[in-house]
Design a protein around this ligand. Structure first.
Ligand code: ADP
Ligand code: MG
Length: 235
């Protein structure tokens, strides 16, 4: 990964309005300015409904703002077509969600392999990359298990392996530990910390302070506005 001065993600004056009903809307983001640099480990915190997921979706090119600017690696992507956004998502961003979005009746191996199926990568190379990614999250021995026959913590490790498989610039994780007991949640956060120590940029959403404390920076959002953005002094 080559380091540059351009932020990985830069949002300026981002407003997001969701249509509700015929001519009414709900304003989920109220003018958000935020940047994420390469190598950062950021926790986005805030009450339920404050706009955390909306913000992450716009950071990750899953959605575009109603108003405002949205840059990814210096490129203005707010006006990109759905196909162009999909390409950025596939190549540059690894997503991990709270409700384990693996295909349940498919093996761990096949779940992690999936993002590569559209990239023309030969089968032997795919196999090597899947096994390497599973080793990083310590779950290579479960490669042939069905994804509904492993524990919640194991599922999240597989989700992280899958997020890593295209060697993305950034991992975005929306409440990745929200469904896990404290010990398992801390294991997942230790894995993410290890990835960040090796230079991977990570943004997570959490409403738990002990989880946010694993990150190096905390952004707090209330009613669609950032109310604080601080370095984590516990690191
Ligand atoms: N697709 C949608 N249509 C209408 N309202 C939405 C939609 N998605 C989210 N919202 C609303 O926007 C607000 C922010 O949602 P969200 O970003 O999911 O918050 P958080 O992740 O902090 O809980 C909430 O009030 C939610 O109900
Ligand atoms: Mg959310």
């Amino acid at each position: 990964m080559v380091k540059t001065d351009t932020p990985l993600i830069n949002l300026q004056g981002v407003v997001k309005k969701y249509p509700i009903g015929i001519d009414d809307f709900y304003q989920a983001l109220n003018g958000v300015d935020a940047s994420v640099d390469e190598g950062e480990f950021v926790a986005i915190m805030g009450p339920s409904g404050s706009g955390k997921s909306t913000l992450m979706h716009i950071m990750g090119a899953l959605d575009t703002p109603t108003q405002g600017k949205q840059f990814f690696k210096g490129k203005d992507i707010a006006s990109y077509s759905e196909d162009q956004l999909a390409e950025i998502r596939n190549k540059e961003i690894g997503f991990v969600f709270q409700f384990f979005n693996l295909l349940p009746r498919v093996t761990v191996f096949k779940n992690v392999e999936r993002p590569m199926l559209y990239g023309g990568i030969p089968a032997n190379e795919r196999k090597k990359r899947v096994m390497d990614a599973l080793s990083i999250v310590n779950i290579a021995d479960k490669a042939e298990n069905l994804s509904n026959h492993i524990s919640g913590g194991q599922i999240q490790r597989v989700a992280i392996a899958r997020a890593l498989i295209m060697d993305p610039s950034i991992i975005l994780a929306d409440e990745p530990t929200g469904n896990l007991d404290t010990k398992t949640a801390h294991e997942i956060m230790n894995i993410l910390t290890g990835l960040n120590n090796k230079g991977r940029t990570i943004v997570i959403i959490t409403h738990e302070e002990d989880i946010a404390n694993f990150a190096k920076r905390k952004i707090k959002i209330v009613d669609g506005k950032i109310v604080s953005d601080t370095k984590n002094n516990k690191n």
